[in-house]
Design a protein around this ligand. Structure first.
Ligand code: GDP
Length: 294
């Protein structure tokens, strides 16, 4: 998309303009390409893999920048293909716990998902489970109103687990298809957060042993390497089952997504490309790879 191609200029600049015309791939050029891929957040392993593939093919007669870009795009698409998976709604109610650090775009993503499922004819309900921040509760209420879905919310400082329990109970009683539960994102207090999320999961598991059916981690793609650390930490803390990457409209760091796919293999369910409720797109590896190499 327009947003994506703007966002990822950096990689294109990093790996092109290195050769004028059609030249063989010598060590020096391979080094420069590998460094460019690392600088664009694709990570050392992916960069080495792409370098190997370029070196392997023995472009004896030479290769121009477009040729290099095509190889990079193809390799990136291959890495991403297994993780691109829309979020399937196959339970009733399907309980989706949404985790992530404050500011990652959690609230906005919940609204976008609600909008998507609603447009698909589903009965959607939200739960304001970030009971730590009054602003988070208020913000989610505004979004629920805008999207036109019911919300279960309590007071600031309330118990997140009992709120989540009430929400799941209501969703069951009211024939809701999809319940999306917000959670606190205080990574500074890792033990507290871990206890809270574990309790939320334990308590709603009493109503449905398979719930939560999804634990979505929302990641701000502009945070590069930091986002990779968050996958690690939230993986331990919450048992993440899938990712949504946000802010891919304004970022120069889309390469992180490739490193994440290679390292963790977690499904990428959707990408955020703006602040509006319609700015959620399915994740399509071919398009993403093409945009990444510009
Ligand atoms: P939370 O603290 O994780 O709940 O984050 P919010 O949903 O409140 O989002 C934080 C900021 O990021 C807000 O200003 C959002 O409008 C913005 N935001 C969220 N998703 C996107 C996105 O995909 N693209 C852009 N450009 N901004 C986003």
């Amino acid at each position: 998309t327009e947003g994506l191609s703007k966002s990822t200029k950096k990689l294109a600049n990093n790996i092109t303009g290195l050769a004028t015309g059609t030249l063989p791939l010598d060590e020096e050029r391979l080094d420069a390409i590998e460094e460019g891929l690392i600088a664009a957040d694709l990570g050392p392993r992916v960069a080495a893999r792409i370098r190997e593939r370029l070196a392997d093919q023995k472009y004896a007669k030479g290769i121009d920048d477009d040729g290099v870009r095509a190889v990079v795009a193809d390799e990136v698409a291959q890495i991403l293909a297994p993780v691109a998976r829309p979020l399937a709604i196959i339970r009733k109610p399907q309980v989706i716990l949404v985790v992530g650090v404050n500011g990652s775009g959690k609230t906005t993503t919940i609204a976008k998902l609600a909008r998507l499922f609603k447009a698909d004819g589903k009965q959607v309900m939200l739960a304001a489970g970030d009971t730590f921040r009054a602003a988070a509760i208020a913000q989610l209420k505004i979004w629920a109103d805008r999207v036109g879905v019911p919300i279960v919310a309590g007071d600031q400082g309330g118990d997140a687990a009992s709120l989540a329990f009430d929400a799941v109970k209501r969703a069951m009683d009211e024939g809701i298809d999809v319940l999306i539960i917000d959670t606190a994102g205080r990574l500074q207090n890792k033990t507290g957060l871990m206890d809270e999320l574990a309790k939320v999961k334990r308590v709603i598991g009493k109503l449905d042993p398979a719930a939560p059916h999804d634990v979505l981690l929302v990641l701000d793609a502009t945070t590069g390497q930091n986002a990779l650390n968050q996958i690690e930490v939230f993986g331990q803390v919450a048992g993440v089952t899938g990712l949504v990457m946000t802010k891919l409209d304004g970022s120069a760091r889309g390469g992180m997504l490739v490193a994440a796919a290679e390292k963790f293999g977690l499904p990428i369910h959707a990408i955020g490309v703006g602040e509006g409720m319609d700015d959620l797109q399915p994740f399509t590896p071919q398009d993403f790879a093409a945009a990444l190499v510009g």
